[in-house]
Design a protein around this ligand. Sequence first.
Ligand code: NAD
Length: 341
Amino acid sequence: MATARIPATLIPGDGIGPEVTEATLAVLEAVGAPFDWDTRKAGMAGVDACGDPLPPDTLASIRKTRLALKGPLATPVGGGFRSSNVRLREEFHLYANLRPARTLIPGGRYDKIDLVLVRENLEGLYVGFEHYIPIGDDPHAVALASGVNTRAGARRITEFAFDYAAKHGRKKVTLVHKANVLKALTGLFLEEGKVTAKRYEGRLACDDRIIDACAMQLVLNPWQFDVIVTTNLFGDILSDEIAGLVGGLGMAPAGNIGTDAAIFEAVHGSAPDIAGKGIANPLALLLSAAMMLDHVGHQDKAKRVRTAVDQVLCDDKVRTGDLGGKANTKEFTKAIVARVK
Ligand code: NAD
């Protein structure tokens, strides 16, 4: 019986986005992924094409498909337009950011890492309630920002993390917070997380860490962690730290999952320093695509992609420059396609 086709939106994105997207599509095709892509623009590519970092036709496409694979989108630092990534998460209520990290190349500084970060994606300081207060002739003399965490949001994200842990055979969930200082903002998250933990008592262990201690312990002994769930800003920072434990941003995939849609993307950005050079590591987006295959029930194909990646890295020893190898994006992709086939 023919595999049912799955409509999905594809946003190649900015910088290295189109390069790693091309590589990912080649592997998806080799594995027989059943996606029918509707390719759209966003970020700087959207601004260049129609003056909008999040064009209405891109939003309409995701509204229809409820599923997307997205390359990195560049965001101006300081001023300029608001992050299209943040807007997409808000628009489609993508409340959970799932970031699994596992060692792909054994023998590095940290071996046998296998942990999952669940980041709250919509609340906290990223709501963007910011403004300046002018004093004298300085219009920016004081900067103010408000964070917003809700009980419902904390419940939803901790339930997501515990549910994910239970379904994936994990043993422990660690709640990460700063409730000693931000007593209301992150205290509420901790309080609600403990309520969720009670419901999983006997099935999953639960502990908690203050964010700064957690950051240090991830460097000293990352193996003590299994699933970590935390608020938006802390999750953003910890996920890059965790990516560093397994070889850098080039290998870190992510899924933004919500009630209305799911958007899969690499953790890294548009890497303007290497864009156009053909040397980017496509693994982060490819592994995000594997998460997308899992999400739509094609675990077998996702596994074939991951196995091919392991074989290319460890047996064939074909690696991109960021992993200490000499392969360019095309050579690396060719090696994965050959293994998948
Ligand atoms: P970045 O992740 O783009 O790059 C950081 C460093 O990692 C660079 O040296 C880069 O060359 C390297 N790197 C990243 N991905 C790589 C890959 N696949 N292969 C090899 N090396 C890789 O972070 P940045 O430079 O801080 O941000 C650049 C732009 O990307 C900014 O506009 C930022 O807003 C945006 N950004 C977007 C997303 C997203 O779309 N989800 C995430 C982070 C940053």
